[in-house]
Design a protein around this ligand. Structure first.
Ligand code: UD1
Ligand code: MG
Length: 429
């Protein structure tokens, strides 16, 4: 498609119904904010321009977008309706010629495919609008059609007659306009309605009355159109998104034994033939190879990497750490800022003490090493290839355990090296 695309994301609303201090579009869903989720989906259409309309807690929202270059952020000022929001966005898009796709920052379930379908439908028309037939239409704009099912306009719930309120086709709130025909339609908006707002929806009737054509696309899966206005709706949306993520991994050969108790965020890579056991939490930024075993009750955080055949069992937390091929940490352990070599065995109760209260330090465990139960590795620390630690060893800061050595005790010392003043200590025989 040669016409350029601009995306406008509306996110200036207050979102008071969530009852939380966080701006609504910053609520988390499967490892991203609502807004980031929307931006990622529409981003798949390759827009030339993306404008985000903000106002309430603008600075806080904007701060979360710092790592997305090329966004245009505009401040709507006191929000006076969706039509006003788009007027402000179009000022930032002055001179832009092409398609303008308008969507909401609080609708995380709309897929790139649906946005693309809507955009394709706009070709040759002044605009296209997305409609749906959800079970509950309360509060939503209704789609007005004549007896030939021809689109006539959109009526806001509060402006509906009794008869119009019974219409079961609703306006999702996502549109694709030809920029050149959107501009005059926006200029013609008035706030002569129950809410005293500038309704973007009024542009549809305006375009039709001016003899332009507006296409409509029915959203086949009405759950895609679920907007998040409360924490109850956030939980509903999260469940839908989580199921989608599970299904992608299941389809790719990842055996998730019990999806109902397994959290897997967006942005997790898992190889085929890996088994994920119940009550496991895998956060964004985790990479798992194939043939691994994870869980039950495992917690993998950002930067955890499990190479092929590695295993992480119950009550094991892994953060910013790599487990090499075949490495195992099967029970009760914390591995943070660590590099665990291939086939190393991390005994039950092993802790990397990675944080000294100010800084984080690294732990390196070599290939085939055997870390005994209850070992504390006070980082920075190095355990050589094939080395062993005894049960309950406290390996202190800056220790260098050589390849094949065995260290035991508190503080841990190399077995076979006499401890001064301790006649019994360190006898290897
Ligand atoms: C709007 C539609 C309605 C549709 C519904 C779907 C209008 C007039 N009505 O309803 O037909 O069924 O969405 O959810 O468009 N926003 C701004 N600035 C504003 C107003 C809103 O950025 O001045 C943003 C909000 O943050 C939100 C989105 O636009 O993300 C929709 O606003 P909201 O008030 O929830 O929608 P309604 O006006 O109720
Ligand atoms: Mg409103």
């Amino acid at each position: 498609m040669s016409r350029p695309l601009a995306v406008v994301v509306l996110a200036a609303g207050k979102g008071t119904r969530t009852k939380v201090s966080l701006p609504k579009v910053l609520l988390p869903i499967c490892g991203r904010t609502l807004l980031a989720t929307v931006l990622d989906e529409v981003g798949e259409l390759g827009p030339a321009r993306t404008v985000v309309v903000l106002h309430h807690q603008k600075d806080r929202v904007e701060a979360t977008l710092a790592d997305r270059p090329g966004l245009t952020i505009v401040d709507q000022g006191e929000p006076r309706g969706t039509g006003h929001a788009v007027q402000v966005a179009m000022q930032a898009l002055e001179g832009f010629d092409g398609d303008v796709l308008i969507c909401y920052g609080d609708m995380p379930l709309l897929s790139a495919g649906t946005y693309a379908e809507l955009r394709d439908a706009a070709a040759g028309h002044a605009a296209s609008i997305l409609t749906a037939f959800p079970d509950d239409v309360a509060g939503l704009g209704r789609i007005l059609r004549d007896e030939d099912f021809q689109l006539r306009g959109i009526r806001e719930d509060r402006d509906c007659s009794e008869e119009e309120r019974a219409i079961d086709e609703i306006n999702v709130g996502v549109y694709c306009y030809d920029a050149a025909r959107l501009r005059p339609a926006l200029a013609a908006l008035s706030d002569d309605n129950v809410q005293g707002e500038l309704y973007l929806t009024d542009t549809v009737a305006h375009l039709l009355e001016a003899g332009e054509s507006v296409e409509s696309v029915v959203c086949e899966d009405p759950t895609e159109a679920l907007g998040v206005n409360s924490l109850v709706q956030l939980a509903e949306a999260r469940a839908v998104l989580q199921t989608r993520i599970h299904e992608q991994h299941l389809a790719a050969g990842v055996l998730i034994e019990d999806p109902a108790t397994t959290t897997i965020d967006h942005g997790v890579t898992i190889g085929a033939d890996t088994v994920v056991l119940p009550n496991t939490v895998i956060r964004t930024g985790v990479t798992i190879g194939s043939g691994c075993e994870v869980g039950p009750f495992a917690h993998l955080r950002d930067g955890a990497v499990l190479e092929d055949g590695a295993a992480v069992g119950n009550f094991v937390e892994v953060k910013k750490s790599t487990l090499g091929p075949g490495a195992k940490a099967k029970h009760l352990a914390y591995l943070g800022d660590a590099e665990i070599g291939a086939k190393a065995n991390i005994g039950a109760g092993t802790i990397t003490a990675n944080y000294d209260g100010k800084n984080k330090h690294r732990t390196v465990v070599g290939e085939g090493a055997f870390v005994g139960s209850g070992t504390v590795l006070v980082a920075p620390v190095h355990v050589g290839a094939g080395a062993r630690t005894g049960a309950g060893a406290i390996v202190t800061r800056n220790a260098e355990i050589g390849a094949g050595e065995t260290w035991v005790g508190v503080p841990a010392r190399r077995l076979g090296v006499p401890v001064p003043g301790d006649a019994a200590g360190g006898d290897e025989s």
